[in-house]
Each structure stands twice: as C-alpha cells, then as structure tokens.
Design a protein around this ligand. Sequence first.
Ligand code: SF4
Length: 330
Amino acid sequence: MSENTNNAFLKVEDLVVEYFTDDNVVHAVNGVSLHLDRGKTLGLVGETGAGKTTIAKSILRILPDVGARITQGNITLDNQDLLKLPEHEMREIRGNKISMIFQDPMTALNPVERVGDQIAEVIRLHNNISHEECEKRAKEMLAMVGITEDRYTEYPHQFSGGMKQRIVIAIALACNPQVLLADEPTTALDVTIQAQVLDLIRDLRNQFNTAMLLITHDMGVVAQVCDDVAVIYAGSIVEYGTKEQIFHHPTHPYTIGLFGAIPSMSEDEEWLHPIEGLPPDPSDLPQGCPFNPRCPYATEECRKAAIPVFKTADGHDCRCCHIDQVKKEG
Ligand code: SF4
C-alpha cells in the first residue's frame, strides 16, 4: 500500500506475521506494506491489538522465539534484506542503525543500574571506544534530553515518569540510529510532559535526519509529529496518505470513525461517538473486509472476498470498495 517507495530508506512489503498456539493461529499482521524516509515520521495508528507493535518487533526481529512467525513478506533497510541477515549481523543493527523506544519506561530501564551506565552500555556495544569516551558521550546524551550530567550516577527510581522516558529516548538515540521505532512513547505520561517529550523527539529527529515510525492510538500525537499516516485495523493497513490527506479527507469508514470518536473542542456535545462494536478476534477474522461487522456502509460485496486497495489521490490509498458512497455520505 502507498506508492513512491523506490527511494524509501526502510521498506516493509506484504508482511504477514502469525502467532501459533496449541489450538489456533492468530493472524496478527496480514499483508502490511509501508515505508519510512530519512527525516520523516510515519504515524501507525490503530486500536490496541491491531498489530502495530508486532510490525515494529518484526522490523527489529525481536518477536518471541516460540510461537511467532513471519510467514510472508520482505523488510529492507537501505536495500539490505533484514529477514535474511544472520542473527549476529542483526545484533549489530539493533540499537545502532535501528532503535526502539518502548511504551513503558519502567520496564525498559534496568532498576538496579545507574542511568548513565545504561546509556554508556549501548554506546560501548556498538563502538570500539574507551570507557571514558563512552561515559562522556552518555553525559552528552543526557544533556541532549534535558537532564544534567550530575545525575549520571542516579538510578531510575530517582526520576519522574517523564524523566525516565527521556532516559529511554537517550538510550534509543545514543548511537544516532537511522531508524527510530517509537511505540506509544508518551502514553504513560501526563499531557504536559507528553508535549515536552514529543517536542524532544521531533527536534532530535530533525537534528539526526532519522526515519521514524511512531506507533500510537492518539490522533492528537499524530497531528503534532507525523508527516504521513497509516491507519491499521485487524492487522491490515486500511488507509495510507499524508497527514493532510488523512486529516482533511479521511476516506475509510474506520478512519472516519476514529475522528468521530474524538471529543470536539468547539461543539457542546453530551455524548462521544465511539465506533460501534469491538475489533474482531484475530484468530477468527471475518470473511472479506475485517471491518464489515462494524461498518455502517457494509454490503454483501464487503463480506465476499478480500478488499483490494484503491487509490483516491496521489499517495492516498484506501482499502474499501464503497469509497464513492462513503465520500458522498461520510
Ligand atoms: Fe465498510 Fe465495505 Fe468499505 Fe469494509 S469495504 S470499510 S465493510 S464499506
């Protein structure tokens, strides 16, 4: 899905990821394609369980050893096929060329190690430099995320939630990664700290020309940080376009539903308008369009077979067979 991928720095093509249990197969990611460009941010938006984190973990190849399998697709970084690399070469890429910011800083940091040492450790792992130089660079990273170097020797519990997330960002950026995967990086933070952390991520991306995948369920976060947006539902990308296309001309009924569920600042409304129903069980997806049980536009055609991608404008793709009707009534 989406075009103009020839010069993309990181490409995911037709990715399928499944989790195997004793009784069934969980179809977590179903033919996802997306691309990241240097200095740009792609927002991957969808509800919990839509497959967002599984895509990021597939890129880094850190899916669980038991039960999870990439059964189809390609992932290339600067034309290098990541899925074919031996594990020792992949270890060189993780934390160095591709980094990930995890959602919860409490579980991402080691509680019994000094925060400065946790940053220095990543630098030491990927650079053949002295202990002193690693420590110096770690202090520079702390300063870059707004933490004074005298706090190098403190432990995670001595920092607030927002400060801990800054340390996680410093670790992720310590080796100037070319690609940054940020998985709900501000979900655990209050709105003021969230704004500061988003500003920080944006500044650092601009400074290092990093290609970034921002995973979120929050359209407000997308509006602040992203250039392009991919909307994911039940493991499939249902709409893909620039931020302006998605925000000003949403075309897929699910995307329209997501916007409808956001409270309006200008209108006095008593009730929110959530999307009716629940996401489908990924081990038992509905036939045809997976959104059909919740979609107000669904017809027999939607329930028959997989829905192809339609282009609604240059760079704006939508996986829906009733686009014209949705545009007229949506
Ligand atoms: Fe709704 Fe049909 Fe479009 Fe799916 S394909 S979003 S069910 S109208």
